[in-house]
Design a protein around this ligand. Structure first.
Ligand code: BG6
Length: 494
């Protein structure tokens, strides 16, 4: 059966920057479904050739030149069509349907448009009979800004599409390094007996960026780091790190386990919000040798910047999963913009026995750590104590590590997160997509944080751009006797 991919918002920013390059990767991997057609729609008229030329311009900029060839481009371009129309209008969709969609094909619709018009488009698709049992719908965040607004959006989608037809993207789940968490945990049995509150002291999940909010100020000011990153990406990573082994590697089993984690998150209340969260906002500073403006000084031609904005560009949270495996283990989450480096990682600190037979030796016994690097490099390193070689008295210790580099440095990566996710939609596999229940549970936990911030009047703390974030974020982690892992080895004192 052939597949038609219909991209609503087909010449918008998301489509041009992300979607077509990712689809091109499927082309070079020979992973496109048979007789695939990609139909982009937009209100502004243009010829098929003009549309293809626009896509090509973006594609050559974003795809590694070693992976670009005219031959592959031509076979990709042959699959691309342009359809003018307003997808919220059934008449327009009917015409597009008659011209492009084949009754027997699987129709996959991608809504690369603002969520406030998702409902209109779904109703139009339905009104002109385009939604069939085998149709699929792909949507992406922001799926609301609270549990309530998410439920409203979801209700609109669910009137037309069943849960089995809905593919909610969280692009972190499309990343190789994030999927590798499943392999690391469930294909290496020796971790399992250690993966609990008896042996794990604390966990840190970090996703930092050096970029500022730039021209997304208006969107970002309504959103902030907690809604933009924690509600989705960080909580999804947390779920994969913490969930119970699923019975099978299929959508129902994996999503059910992730949901249990989200539902077990301990609420952050007025009583403990100050001790368990730090919200920050960047002020002018230097990133990679370049002076950059503060959040309230960003250039924004179209919008007036609110000088009193309390939107957080950084957040650090001490979370806890209240279940048999994890209760009592602090799981620290932190993310922010305009920090000193772009990197994402999970650091698992293991407990140490109280009795230290090396106490009188030189050096320091460090807690064992498992560091799972998510990006920019992906790899795993297990930190262990070992003896410093030499004729010192006793057994002096040093921190050493076993490294597993997951990147193939000889070749550019032949796919990205979105190509993986497209690949799975075409195979009708929802394992790496987020269920409605998960999104709802994640919002519920995040909503509670906002309520507590509001009710206690907790304000943003400033941090200089190019630093590690607000000072108090260090104290958050110090409270369990740790510090944020910064890639440095444990000091050896002689
Ligand atoms: C997006 C956020 O979901 O993820 C952006 O809206 C953020 O603000 C981006 O920059 C980060 O994604 P990645 O893949 O670069 O870590």
């Amino acid at each position: 059966m052939s597949t038609d991919l219909f991209i609503v918002g087909g010449d918008g920013d998301l489509a041009l920057r992300k979607l077509y390059p990712s689809l091109y990767y499927l082309e070079i991997n020979d992973c496109m479904p048979d007789s695939m057609r990609i139909i982009g729609t937009a209100r502004t008229g243009q010829s098929r050739e003009e549309f293809q030329a626009k896509i090509k311009k973006w594609l050559v900029q974003s795809v590694d030149e070693k992976l670009y060839s005219e031959e592959k481009w031509l076979s990709f371009a042959n699959k691309i069509y342009f359809a003018q129309g307003d997808a919220t209008k059934p008449d327009d969709l009917e015409k597009i349907g008659q011209e492009f969609f084949n009754e027997d094909n699987v129709l996959v619709v991608y809504l690369a448009i603002p969520p406030k018009i998702f409902g209109h488009v779904c109703r139009s698709l339905d009104a002109c009979g385009l939604v069939k049992e085998n149709s699929r719908l792909i949507v992406e965040k922001p799926l609301g800004d609270s549990r309530e607004s998410f439920l409203e959006i979801n209700e609109e989608l669910s009137r037309v599409f069943t849960e089995k037809q809905l593919f909610r993207i969280d692009h972190y789940l499309g990343k190789e390094s994030v999927q590798n968490l499943l392999a690391l945990r469930f294909a290496n049995d020796f971790f399992e007996p250690l993966w609990n509150n008896k042996y794990i002291d604390s966990v840190q999940i970090t996703v930092t960026e050096t970029v500022g909010v730039g021209n997304r100020w208006a969107f970002y000011d309504q959103t902030g780091a907690t809604r933009d990153m924690v509600q989705n990406h960080l909580l999804q990573v947390l779920c994969l790190m913490a969930m119970e082994p699923p019975a099978m590697l299929d959508a129902d089993s994996v999503r059910a386990e992730k949901l249990k984690v989200l539902k077990s998150l301990k609420p952050i209340t007025n009583e403990d919000v100050f001790d368990r969260t730090v919200r920050g906002q960047y002020v002018r500073g230097t990133v990679a040798g370049e002076e950059v403006p503060g959040y309230l000084e960003e250039e924004s031609d179209k919008y007036e910047i609110d000088p009193n904005s309390q939107t957080e560009t950084y957040v650090a949270i001490e979370s806890e999963i209240e279940n048999w495996r994890w209760s009592g283990v602090p799981i620290y989450l932190r993310t922010g913009k305009r920090l000193n480096k772009k990197h994402s990682e999970i650091v698992v600190y293991f407990k140490q026995s109280h009795h230290n037979i090396f106490a009188k030796s030189k050096g320091e016994r460090c807690p064992n750590k498992l560091i799972i690097q998510l990006q920019p490099d992906s790899g795993i390193s297990l930190h262990l104590n070992s003896k410093v070689q030499g004729l010192d008295a006793g057994i002096p210790l040093k921190d050493g590590f076993l490294n597993l580099d997951l990147d193939d440095h000889s070749e550019p990566m032949k796919h990205d997160a979105y190509s993986r996710l497209f690949f799975d939609v075409f195979r009708n596999d929802q394992t790496l997509f987020v269920s409605a229940d998960e999104v709802e549970a994640a919002w519920e936990w995040v909503d509670q944080i906002f309520t507590s911030w509001k009710e206690t009047g907790q304000k943003c703390e400033n941090y200089e751009a190019g630093t590690e974030g607000p000072d108090r974020a260090h104290r958050l982690v110090n409270s369990c006797g740790q510090k944020w892992y910064d890639g440095e080895y444990c000091p050896i004192e002689y």
